[in-house]
Design a protein around this ligand. Structure first.
Ligand SMILES: [Zn+2]
Ligand SMILES: [Zn+2]
Length: 392
């Protein structure tokens, strides 16, 4: 088997699908759907896969907009992860329309590799990355069992293959107090907003004495009804982040103490709940090097990058703790342009952005060729995975 020729053919398959893929990207971008409401996107991607010979299971893991597409039989299983949720008000300001299309393209091109070399190509439709951690739920439900390696590419304002991220968890907090006339009888009230403000101040103090990599951010979602009523209800939403699960456990306890202390001080009743935990992303360097080489062979300059932490979080982290995984960042915008901004949403719709992400798709499919063609590659990827995830 001429591996170089197979890689060239796999890349050419993506070129052959260019117009169809461009249409999918445009449609996703023009009809942004927020987390867990991606019905149109999920159907569009599933139909494309079914038309092109994939078996597709829809609504897996109890998530109506999740899916799994597979092509071929047996092992190894090389998976591509698709995201397609947008941000409230900002649309596709994280470029998940491009993530979806790149993973779709890589899966379609991998058919040729599977036909030639055996094994299986899989694509997972993973909804709700921005809000509810679809992959956290899917990972816990066993969706990624049996997968040998997983790849996903994320558009950004820079190029690097290795991208490790922080573990995080969302916290919803509520204080219940007692309403009273704010001027006529304030002594009869218990002020839920004051409890929240005290908590935020306590967190501000705490921030001076946590690790420099740790993050606590939040907003007040309910601060009362009117200035002449002592607020009987106040609520907030926060995100707490740390480098790994152990550090996050400790930080979460300290954050809760800020709230329980304020409850004590004000007499307001505290209620809180944690969302899905996004685990820290562990990039597999062996897999990253294969991708890096393939991307460079396509004439795309990209740094391997260092295996250091970026101060974001992604639910790909949960997959990376179960399966060797990478999530290269592909530049589609001027250096430094941040995701989650209106300018980035515009950049995610340009033909240049699509071309960059389709080159990334080619590199993913070529990396699948590397893994299917040479068992030593997969052995090395697995060996590193075992070493780096020990004790996580
Ligand atoms: Zn995002
Ligand atoms: Zn994103």
């Amino acid at each position: 088997m001429d591996i170089a020729a197979l890689k060239t053919a796999v890349a050419a398959d993506i070129d052959a699908f260019h117009d169809g893929l461009a249409t999918v990207s445009r449609q996703l971008h023009a009809h942004p759907e927020v987390a867990f409401e991606e019905r149109r996107a999920s159907a569009l991607l599933s139909d494309f896969l079914i038309k092109n010979g994939f078996d597709v299971d829809k609504g897996i893991c109890g998530l109506p907009t999740a899916f799994r597409g597979t092509y071929g039989k047996g092992k190894p299983v090389i998976a591509f992860l698709a995201e397609y949720d947008a941000l409230p008000k900002l649309g596709h300001a994280c470029g998940h329309n491009l993530i979806a299309v790149a993973s779709l393209a890589a899966a379609l091109a991998s058919r040729r590799a599977v036909d030639a070399l055996g094994g299986r190509a899989a694509i997972f439709g993973t909804p709700g990355e921005e809000l509810y951690g679809g992959k956290c739920i899917m990972a816990a439900a066993g969706a990624f069992e049996g997968v040998d390696a997983a790849m996903i590419t994320h558009p950004g304002g820079g190029n690097r293959v290795l991208m490790n991220t922080l573990a995080c968890e969302t916290l919803k907090v509520e204080f219940k107090g007692v309403a009273a006339h704010a001027a006529g009888a304030p002594e009869l009230g218990i002020n839920a907003l004051e409890a929240l403000l005290q908590s935020f101040n306590a967190i501000n103090s705490l921030r001076q004495h946590i690790r420099s990599s740790e993050r606590i951010s939040g907003i007040i979602t309910d601060g009362g009804e009117a200035a002449n009523i002592v607020p009987a209800h106040a609520a907030a939403e926060l995100i707490v982040r740390a480098e790994n699960n152990t550090l996050l456990d400790t930080l979460e306890k300290r954050v809760i103490h800020c709230f329980s202390g304020a409850a004590r001080a004000t007499g307001a009743k505290l209620k809180y709940s944690w969302g899905e935990r996004y685990a820290a992303m562990i990039s597999n360097v062996t897999l990253a090097r294969l991708f890096h080489e393939n991307m460079r062979s396509l004439g795309r300059a990209i740094d391997l990058g260092e295996n250091t932490m970026l101060y974001f979080s992604t639910d790909v982290g949960n997959v990376s703790q179960l399966v060797p995984a990478i999530q290269p960042m592909i530049s589609i915008a001027p250096p430094g342009l941040m995701i989650h901004t209106p300018r980035f949403a515009k950049a995610a719709a340009t033909p240049d952005a699509l071309d960059a992400m389709l080159d990334a798709a080619k590199a993913m499919a070529m990396t699948a060729v590397d893994l299917l063609a040479d068992p030593a590659n997969l052995k090395n990827v697995r060996g590193e995975f075992r070493r780096t995830t020990k004790g996580v």
